[in-house]
Design a protein around this ligand. Sequence first.
Ligand code: ADP
Ligand code: TYD
Length: 209
Amino acid sequence: MIISFEGIDGSGKSTQARRLMGRLSQFKTELLYVREPGGTDVSEKIRSLLLDPEISIVPFAEMLLFSAARSQLVEEKIKPFHEKGGIVICDRYFDSTVAYQGGGRGVAETDWLESFQRKVTQGVWPNRTYLVDVTVEEAQRRLASRLTGQETPDRMEQAGFAFFERVRETYHQLAQQDPDRFLVIDGHQSEEQVELAIWEDLKQWLKVD
Ligand code: ADP
Ligand code: TYD
């Protein structure tokens, strides 16, 4: 099974991906946590390029770099693990590219990006996607309190408010188009409440109590 977490930066999705790992570790099942971009040597190198605030990357090249990092991750880690029957938790997956590079940067239409991502992922698609949804104002408040005095925002975090509004809106459209895969969770609730909402849903899929 493949479970992905999506949402704008600062929505709280990594917190939830970690909490879910904690819950699932009680069960006798093989678990893999992957964070995008990253997770392999090549993908981590691409990650440092993509997030470096000193580097300028044109939108289409940005889309290809996120996709290149993903292609390597799918082939090296996600696909073999999934084929062995393990549970993969993806802290972001291809929906991020559709929302950020499609909606946010406007590089291409959703349909085109989705069919491209079918190739990038070799059709390895999530069974369930949790969209942790918060307003851009709330996400930015959370990010501001996470950043310490010295740390500068990464290259993607430097995109403006309107960019994140478009990303959030695109996520909403994706969730509406595919209600069987997506569950939208109100991320303004406490961490515990969000965790519980996800668990209540997932346990039906896993057939556990
Ligand atoms: P993301 O992975 O979506 O960027 P994080 O999980 O890193 O977000 O969370 C961003 C910040 O918000 C962190 O400082 C985290 O502790 C805090 N946070 C996460 N979930 C909540 C929540 N439900 N309520 C308030 N703050 C939260
Ligand atoms: P990260 O620090 O992992 O952010 P977060 O904790 O919010 O996930 O940085 C990843 C950044 O890259 C984040 O701003 C989202 C962006 N991104 C894309 O624009 N496209 C993508 O396909 C992926 C996977 C991430």
